[in-house]
Ligand binder design. Structure first.
Ligand code: SF4
Length: 474
């Protein structure tokens, strides 16, 4: 492919002021004068979704438009996830299929980024086995995307740029958010915990908090644009501020955001049970905006397995956290994550997990079969559990969880709940959908003008995963 020729007509000066961003960039109209298109396929967690919003922001600043589908795109980015083996295999499958697309359209730029690309071995493997990929970059140099894109367009070789660690928190990046009601705001990057099954500290680096003033400014701007709810994002939001050395804690950040006029709701994810404090619970109790939904991933109910996971809390500590939350906020919903079939998990360990599920009675839980990740401590631990056994345990756990979720939802029948209306349901376009403060999905008939408003809804029917309601007159 002759990239040089293509680039002659695309390179122009660009006034992006983000730190480290390219000083020059790409002219976006093609020969016909139409805007060039981009398509980003995102895998994995909300952190990746938010990174894709930044990539889209850069591309829109450069004058590109989002393509309706992969067939009509000029730039295709795969923002990848490394948390599970399956997700990696899926990405490699997709990369392989793109070869044909590139052959048919040599001008197409293909980029691979995110956690999978951040792993040096994987990045090199993509480069050597899939030369039709133009650009490979990691999680620490996202802010250099315009510069790297320009380089990829100019080069005949695959551009590979992986930074081993993040140097500093880069502020002022453009963000293209799709929704107009709820927004994600990153408060910390990376993680210091090194849970033995997790690749995140290796691919996202050590924990770095954003300055509170930058977070507050971003949230104020979002409110001015009409957003009603923000979710504060970090691998462990509860340790926010520890690296700033200015005494600011997550609880203090919540208090500060509470004062922003026009902001309706505040959520956050994810919490680490070890760092969830009574002080934080008190701040949430006194807050009108912070929602009464506590997502506290426990992963296992067995102290033996928690130790092997390097989670640095015990089941007793977890139960104590649940107890002080429920003491102050009895109506709180508590949700969790479980990993089933961790190496060495005996039948008794698994029964401890079922026991904690029944003691806490989680509103819902997100349960996964343990999947070994290369480079983590757990991948080489003895006692790997056969897949069949892991599946049986998962089904058992899910069965109990489903009946608990249904029973908890049943207690809401006939009650009035406060719902932030998000839009029409995808399945039933005449039905509105939204969430309670406790993060339960509610469907109800209503009018378009209700979208973006917080309204009272009476629950008239319940299911395991959602509630049906009718609007109450305000
Ligand atoms: S807290 Fe543990 S599971 Fe969560 S991102 Fe950090 S290392 Fe991974």
């Amino acid at each position: 492919m002759d990239k040089t020729e293509i680039n002659k007509k695309r390179i122009s000066s660009h006034k992006n002021t983000a730190s480290g961003a390219a000083e020059q960039s790409l002219e976006c109209p093609d020969a016909s004068g139409d805007s060039r298109k981009f398509y980003i396929q995102t895998f994995g967690c909300q952190m990746n979704v938010h990174d894709s919003e930044i990539l889209a922001g850069f591309l829109e600043d450069l004058g590109f438009q989002e393509a309706a589908g992969v067939e009509e795109t000029d730039i295709l980015i795969l923002n990848t996830c490394a948390i599970r083996q399956k997700a990696e295999e899926k990405v490699f499958g997709m990369i392989g299929k793109l070869k044909k697309m590139k052959r048919e359209n040599p001008q197409l730029i293909i980029g691979v980024c995110g956690c999978m690309a951040q792993q040096e071995g994987t990045a090199k493997r993509i480069k050597s086995r899939h030369p039709h990929v133009d650009l490979i970059f990691g999680t620490h140099n996202l802010h250099r995307f315009p510069h790297l894109l320009k380089e990829a367009e100019e080069s005949r070789e695959t551009v590979l740029d992986i930074w081993p660690e993040g140097k500093e928190v880069v502020e002022g990046l453009p963000i293209s958010r799709k929704e107009g009601i709820k927004a994600w705001v990153t408060i910390t990057y990376g993680c210091n915990n090194f849970c033995s099954y997790c690749v995140v500290p290796y691919v996202r680096g050590r924990e770095q908090s954003r300055e509170m003033s930058n977070i507050v400014k971003e949230v104020k701007d979002l409110v001015l644009k009409g957003y009603k709810e923000v979710t504060l994002l970090g691998q462990n939001v509860n340790s926010y501020g520890k690296d700033l050395d200015n005494g600011i804690t997550f609880a203090r950040l919540l208090e500060k955001l509470e004062g922003i006029e026009g902001l309706g709701r505040i959520r956050y994810m994810t919490s680490h049970p070890r760092d969830f404090t009574r002080e934080l619970t008190r701040v949430i109790y006194h807050s009108e905006k912070v929602c009464e939904h506590f997502h506290l991933p426990i992963q296992s109910g067995s102290n033996n397995i928690l130790k092997k996971m390097n989670r640095s809390y015990t089941r007793e500590h977890y139960l104590e956290v649940v107890s002080f939350i429920r003491e102050l906020i009895p109506e709180a919903s508590i949700t969790t994550d479980f990993i089933v079939g961790f190496p060495g998990e005996t039948h008794e360990d698994f029964l401890d997990t079922l026991d904690i599920l029944e003691r806490v009675r989680f509103d819902t839980s997100y349960s996964f079969i343990y999947s070994p990740r290369k480079g983590t401590m757990a991948a080489d631990m003895p006692g790997q559990i056969p897949l069949k056994e892991k599946k049986e345990r998962l089904n058992w756990l899910n069965e109990i969880q489903n009946s608990i979720s249904r029973e908890i939802n049943e207690t809401l029948r006939g009650k009035s709940v406060e719902v932030l209306v998000e839009g029409f349901s995808r399945e039933k376009p005449s039905v509105l959908t939204g969430r309670t403060r406790t993060n339960k999905l509610v469907n109800f008939p209503g009018k378009e003008e209700m979208i973006g408003k917080i309204i009272p809804v009476k629950i008239i029917d319940v299911k395991t995963w959602s509630l049906n309601g009718e609007v109450l007159e305000a």
